[in-house]
Ligand binder design. Structure first.
Ligand SMILES: [Zn+2]
Length: 258
């Protein structure tokens, strides 16, 4: 066998593997296949094609649904297939079907899946996203998140993406205290009153205190619904700024708010 043949062969050798994963999205592909977008337990986002899955659901019974935690058997990947692996089999670990029965939990779940898809590029592993996704889906399977938990979720997504805002004072002058704080343009921190914060999006002293406690993974002292709402609005805006777009599921999320 010539050297060239070996090189060619290495591109099509099986690299079949098993992976635990959460299904993010499932879309029809042609007449009989499904394209499955998932995040695996190493925090790697990828897509795979489930051949024939639209015709016969037996091999993938109940597995290929968003929110499902599954064990995937992935087939070999061909050179030049642009990262599209082949999904041979799937076994259900946790269906998380109760999420779909509570509209609020469902809208929060859709939002989370959209955030993961937006902030985890295909390829590089982002392990923090895996634990976040796995843990939050377990909660949503039992109940929706409250507003403080939503703020925590948004902050954790920013943090996992390496985009957590600086919370050590004013980004412009370094002041540690201010009655109001505005997110600065780049969405990487906050500016104080004196540094020319403007616009309707701001939070009070208690908002920043709450954010600092959440960043330290502590529950805020007491809760102030108005401050929590402002904080969520700011974090949601920051996520949109970093992603370069607003999220489709935001409107759905707002519509399910009591
Ligand atoms: Zn300042």
């Amino acid at each position: 066998m010539k050297r060239d043949d070996l090189t060619t062969l290495s591109g099509v050798l099986p690299d079949a593997r098993d992976a635990e994963a959460v299904i993010l999205r499932v879309v029809p592909l042609g007449e009989s296949d499904l394209l499955v977008d998932y995040l695996d337990s190493e925090g790697r986002r990828a897509s795979a094609v489930a051949r024939g899955a639209r015709r016969s659901r037996r091999r993938f019974a109940g597995c290929l649904q968003p929110f499902a935690r599954v064990r995937l058997k992935l087939g070999r990947r061909r050179r030049g297939s642009q990262g599209l692996g082949r999904l041979e089999e799937a076994t259900l670990l946790r269906g998380h079907v109760a999420i779909g029965k509570n509209l609020r939990a469902y809208s929060q779940g859709c939002y989370l899946l959209e955030l993961v898809a937006a902030f985890v590029p295909e390829g590089d592993p982002h392990p923090s996203f895996w634990s976040l996704l796995r843990d939050v889906l377990e909660i949503l399977d039992n109940r929706p998140l409250n507003d403080v938990e939503m703020a925590y979720l948004r902050l954790r997504v920013l943090d996992a993406a390496g985009l957590a805002p600086h919370l050590d004072g004013c980004s412009a002058c370094g002041a540690e205290d201010s009655a109001r704080w505005w997110p600065e343009q780049g969405a990487t921190g906050f500016v104080c009153e004196r540094c020319g914060g403007s616009g309707r999006m701001w939070m009070g002293r208690r908002g920043l205190d709450m954010l600092r406690r959440l960043a330290a993974r502590k529950m805020p002292r007491g809760t102030d619904p108005k401050e929590t709402e402002r904080l969520n609005e700011i974090l949601s805006w920051m996520l949109g700024q970093h992603a370069g777009r607003q999220f489709k599921s935001e409107a759905f999320l707002r519509s399910t708010r009591e």
